[in-house]
Design a protein around this ligand. Structure first.
Ligand SMILES: Cc1ncc(COP(=O)(O)O)c(C=O)c1O
Length: 402
């Protein structure tokens, strides 16, 4: 680099003033890179290692060949918005308006950022529940808001069962709180809201006139006969919530990045004001393909059974190791405590334990501490079981050596 270029770089560096100075390469990227470099079994990042239904690919292919390759409407293809309305009505009973209350997004990540940018003003406080999905806090900071983390309560074997302490949430509300962000089924803990959780959330939101951003990307992965408690199940919450979901999770196509937002017109109008300049709209053929695939509800109605079998397979195996677990109630993640493991890895913090595990044992996992703002150690790591049975078996064989 020439001296002049160095000078310019230094000048620019001073000028930039990063908006997210604490954000670096995430542990998800680091662990995936290590897993591939070391040829380890990757149970870290949350994505399936199996294919989606070929009928879904055929439906997208047919849409492309039929010429659906230009910009769709800003809010999304009407057929897909209609299908989303029908799916939500059948699943949770609330009837959203196709025209004014559903917007198709570039996955849940864009929906989260757009909702926060549209609704959070500089100086607003936003309550998030820790452990918290990694995009929420950066989104709040970009909007000039102040994240207010409330720690979930840990209980159960190895501290691996989590729930929300609604009294703590209540005491975190101030006159500056505008939004509360929730996520059920919850990544990384696998916690799912009960009807009581929903009532508690509704009572707090109504008392303080809060907007709720409800991330429900794992809505169809709830186990052991429980049912997903969507904000769309509760009239009062549906009226003040931005509900976010993702087809990537539901149909094993995380790389397609297509999701949706359902929100009352007053919130959808604001959401769309930002959405149209953020992404404007989302891949046309994917939207047509998804619309046609959604005409049969079987794939999403059978998803819980599909993943519960994988959870049980993984659970049975991991119980035979020295890890301590509580069965996950939802999502495709299983937490495990390594507090009972003896030997060289035992004394390490969660990040170092995961680095050690991938190098020495050949299995990639994610430290739960990555989901907290301040350093915190609970000796919990997260495994993703959205994998082929053979991948899970390979991981279990390696983990049983501990
Ligand atoms: C809780 C949660 N929200 C949002 C997302 C992002 O979803 P998408 O891939 O549709 O952007 C994820 C993905 O891992 C997630 O776990």
């Amino acid at each position: 680099m020439s001296a002049r270029t160095q000078e310019l770089t230094a000048e620019l560096d001073l000028r930039i003033q990063s908006k997210l100075p604490r954000v670096g390469t995430t542990i998800f990227t680091v662990m995936s890179a290590l897993a591939s470099e070391l040829n380890a079994v990757n149970l870290g990042q949350g994505f399936p290692d199996f294919s989606c239904d070929p009928r879904l690919v055929d439906a997208v292919d047919a849409a492309m060949r039929a010429g659906f390759n230009q910009y769709p409407p800003m809010t999304g293809v009407a057929l897909l918005r209609e299908a989303v309305v029908a799916k939500i009505r059948a699943s949770y009973g609330h009837a959203y308006s196709v025209d004014s209350e559903i917007t198709i997004t570039a996955g849940a990540t864009q929906a989260i950022l757009t909702a926060v940018l549209a609704l959070v003003h500089p100086g607003d406080e936003v309550i998030v529940l820790e452990p918290v999905y990694d995009s929420y806090v950066p989104a709040i900071l970009l909007a000039g808001g102040i994240p207010v983390p409330v720690a979930m309560r840990a209980a159960g074997a190895g501290g691996a069962r989590f729930c929300v302490d609604w009294d703590e949430v209540r005491s975190a509300v101030t006159a500056r709180t505008r939004v509360i962000m929730v996520n059920s089924p919850h990544n990384p803990t696998g916690m799912v809201f009960s009807a009581t959780d929903l009532s508690q959330l509704a009572a707090i939101a109504e008392t303080h006139n809060l907007i709720v951003i409800s991330d429900e990307v794992y809505e169809h992965m709830v186990y052991d006969g429980l049912s997903h408690q969507s904000v769309a199940c509760h009239e009062g919450l549906a009226a003040r919530s931005v509900l976010i979901s993702s087809f990537g999770k539901t149909f094993h196509v995380t790389g397609w990045k297509v999701g949706y937002v359902a929100a009352p017109a007053v919130l959808s109008t604001e959401f769309r004001r930002v959405h149209q300049f953020n992404v404007f709209t989302v891949n046309t053929p994917m939207q047509h393909g998804l619309a046609s695939y959604l005409s049969d509800p079987t794939p999403y109605l059978t998803l819980a059974a599909f993943y519960q079998r994988k959870r049980d397979l993984f659970l049975e195996g991991i119980k035979r190791t020295r890890f301590v677990v509580e069965p996950t109630a939802g999502t495709y993640f299983q937490l495990a405590s390594y507090a009972g493991i003896e030997g060289p890895g035992a004394s390490l913090n969660e990040v170092d334990f995961c680095r050690w595990l991938v190098r020495e044992v050949g299995v990639a996992a994610i430290p739960v501490s990555a989901f907290y703002d301040l350093p915190r150690e609970s000796r919990l790591i997260r495994f993703c079981f959205a994998k082929q049975d053979s991948t899970l078996q390979r991981a279990l064989e390696r983990l049983s050596s501990l």
